[in-house]
Each structure stands twice: as C-alpha cells, then as structure tokens.
Design a protein around this ligand. Structure first.
Ligand SMILES: [Zn+2]
Length: 431
C-alpha cells in the first residue's frame, strides 16, 4: 500500500510539472531500452522498486521487453539502448510548423488527387476532421461522416461510413469495421486507417477490385478512436496512450480504452496513473461505451462481419483471444489461415515480416492474468464480428511509436494489402 501511494505521488508530480506550463513534455532524461533477459518480470520488479511510476513499458513479447526509463539509473545490465534521444525522435515525427499551418488550407487539394500531400506528414485532429468533411463533399455518394459519441473533453468521435447504398448489389450489407488510434501515441495506426479510406474511395469505379469491395461490402472506419488522447499527443505529451477522462485520482486522468470493453473485463491492479489503467468498471472509458451504444442502436443498419484494429508497434498479426490463452476461439483453423494470409499479403507487398500469434501471447496474459482483459479485439470477436484481428504495425523497435513521416506511405500500402486480402477472403463464396 505504501509503495502504491509513493508510486502515485511520484506520478502526480511527473504529470503536473510539464503541463502546468502548457508545454510538450520533454524526455531529455530518459532513454528506451530493450531487455532480452530470460526473466523480464525481474526487470519490471527492479524498476518498480528503483523508480516507481517513472518508467513506461513500450512493448513486450516472448523474447524481449522495451521500456522507457530514466537515464539516472546509469548503464543497466542487459539494456540495449534503442532510443537514446527521445526528444529528437519526437521532433522528427512532427510536421514543419509552416507546413502544419498550410496543411489546413491545402487539405482540400488532397481529396481530389492521389493524396500525396495529406500523407506527407502526420496530421493533427483538426486537420484530419477537416479532411473527413472534404471527403464527404468530394464523394457524396460513397461516404458519410457519422458521430459515434462525444469524448470526455467534448470532441466528437467520428466514424466514416463507406457504402454504395445500393441494396441490389449489397443486400446483406456485410460491414467491415476498422479502428485506428485507440492508443493515442500510435500515430501510424491513424494514418494507415486514413490511407485505407482514401484507397477505397479514390479507386471505386476505376479499379475492379475496389469497385467490387464497395459494391459488396459496407465499411465503418474510425481512424481516430481516441480523439482526446490524440489531441493531447499533439499538444502536451507525444507519448500519451490512454484517453483523457477523469479518474478517482486527481491529476491522473485517463483510462486505457483497450482495457475497458465489457467482455472478460477485469479490474486491473494498476492505479489510475499507469498507462494500462482499466477503469473501475467495464465500459467506463467513454469511447468504448459510446461505440457499444452506437452498435446497439444501429444494429439493423450494419451487419458487422469483419473487424481490424490497428495498433503499433511490433509487426504482428494477432488473433483472439487476448484475455486468456486457455480460451479457444471458434473456427481456429480458418482464423489461422486468415491470419497467415494477412501476414503474407503484407510480405508480398513490402517484404516486411509480420509475426502471427494469439493476442494472449502478445499481451502476456498467461504470465499475468488481467493484462489482456477487456480488449476491443475480444469484445468485437465474441460479441459482434465473425472475424477479428489486431494488427500491430511497424516497426520492430528501432523507432517504436516514433516513426517519422516517411513511413506513412510504405506502411499505408502494406496495411492496405492486408485489408484487401481481408475483403477478398470475406467475399470468397466458398466460406
Ligand atoms: Zn495500441
């Protein structure tokens, strides 16, 4: 209890200091290390003791764990430094300020051409929402901006509904749902969802493949599932992950949306200050709650068949379940076939290797039950969709969450190859 309290106090101080001045949080005193030691929990136990509340697990796998930790710890045994200068890496993800200013004016241009301009840089929320409106104006027969709900800070949570609205060609209205940006700092997941939107819309009527997809399927795409968190990464802390809603602990806002869905939800031991905080009850995260409500009220409108949830980083195709490795998903053989198909489509496009594994292995649910509970993947797979996957996009750790903008296009292309494979699989009449 004392440790927990100390932890929270440290966190509170860390969180208040940079934000009081309204500045981007600096990470000069931190580095990111990869540990490949056999006992990764030992690393965490050590950090929890030495620097309570002052480290952040970026990624874990069966082979390694990546952690942001203070440089004051010195040269730690087993630490392979993957990012020494985090601030420089953050800076490299941001658009040139003059370009950012121009972006809003010129974004109109992008909806008509091949999107080169829009995808040259990462875009802030305002620019992305302006882009939605322009898409709606440019492709009024194909796309509608829908509002799923409102966030804690009062921003709309928008979905793009892509549909030819043609009951003759699409009587079943099988719907594919794609979400990005559930975790605020995973910017590449946002651009890849936008890339998918752009490809579908601009190719309809021009290319047989996309024409067939849109004639036969509906799409609900939410590139920014966590608008408050995303806005916060632009204004205050590039490495923020959760949403921004109030918790019971003052100055420790934010619930991990991907731990909030009401399927196999478990309250985590984590305090509200951590990046993995699950909230005190299922669907406490306002975005998860709104999404469930939206699906309930539009049940007849959408027959959700497929779900892809984009995250980063690790280059992985994850299939259900996340909450437990003992829970067997239905139709495992086809689920695996589809997983390997998604990975192969990516490999054929870009040569990049994406590992296929069950989400519970990735989360480490077998080591610490609760780590994988309440995920969007499990909820959608179990309650809503026939097929569901989480894709963790590039890279494998060199830049982690801080991919520079030159990656937007190659990652967009390889992920679109996976989306395309997914659509073809679902439209295969033999299934
Ligand atoms: Zn994520």
């Amino acid at each position: 209890m004392v440790a927990k309290l100390l932890w929270m106090v440290c966190w509170t101080i860390l969180m208040i200091l940079p934000h009081a001045a309204g500045l981007q949080r600096g990470y000069r005193d931190y580095r990111v290390c990869r540990f490949t030691t056999q006992n990764r929990t030992e690393v965490i136990d050590y950090l929890a003791k030495q620097v309570p509340g002052n480290y952040d697990v970026w990624a874990r796998s069966s082979e390694f764990i990546d952690v942001r930790l203070p440089k004051s710890l010195g040269a730690l045994e087993g630490c392979q430094v993957i990012i020494e200068d985090i601030d420089a890496a953050i800076e490299a993800t941001m658009p040139q300020s003059s370009v950012a200013q121009e972006a809003r004016d010129q974004v109109a241009f992008t909806s008509k051409n091949n999107g080169d301009f829009f995808f040259q840089e990462f875009r802030d929320l305002e620019t992305i929402y302006t882009w939605y409106e322009l898409l709606e104006r440019t492709f009024p027969q194909l796309v509608k901006v829908e509002t799923v709900g409102e966030t804690w800070e009062g921003r709309p949570l928008h979905a793009l509904h892509i549909s030819t609205n043609n009951p003759d060609t699409n009587p079943e209205k099988k719907t594919i749902v794609i979400t990005g940006g559930v975790h605020a700092r995973e910017w590449i997941s946002v651009t890849s969802a936008c890339w998918t939107v752009h490809r579908l819309l601009t190719s309809y009527g021009k290319h047989n493949r996309e024409t067939k997809y849109l004639d036969s399927l509906d799409f609900l795409i939410i590139p920014v599932f966590n608008p408050d968190g995303y806005a916060y990464t632009w204004q205050h802390d590039r490495l923020w992950r959760k949403n921004r809603q109030e918790t019971y602990w003052p100055n420790c806002p934010g619930i991990d949306i991907d731990h909030s869905f009401d399927f196999q939800w478990k309250r985590s031991d984590e305090v509200p200050c951590t990046e993995d905080y699950s909230g005190e009850e299922a669907f406490e995260a306002i975005e998860a709650h709104s999404w469930n409500h939206f699906l309930n009220t539009t049940k007849l409108q959408y027959k959700i068949h497929g779900y892809l949830d984009f995250h980063s980083y690790s280059q992985e195709v994850l299939y259900p379940y996340a909450y437990s490795c003992d829970a067997l998903p239905r139709d495992l053989e086809n689920l695996l076939e589809l997983s390997y198909g998604l990975a192969k489509a990516i490999r054929n496009k870009s040569g990049k290797h994406y590992k296929v594994l069950s989400a519970c292995e990735d989360r480490g649910s077998d080591l610490a039950p609760g780590l994988g509970s309440g995920s969007s993947l499990d909820f959608m797979y179990h309650m809503r969709a026939h097929w569901a996957f989480q894709l963790k996009l590039r890279d494998t750790g060199n830049m982690g969450f801080l991919l520079p903008p030159r990656y937007i296009e190659p990652v967009g292309k390889e992920i679109y190859a996976a989306v395309s494979y997914f659509c073809s699989f679902i439209l295969n009449p033999e299934l």
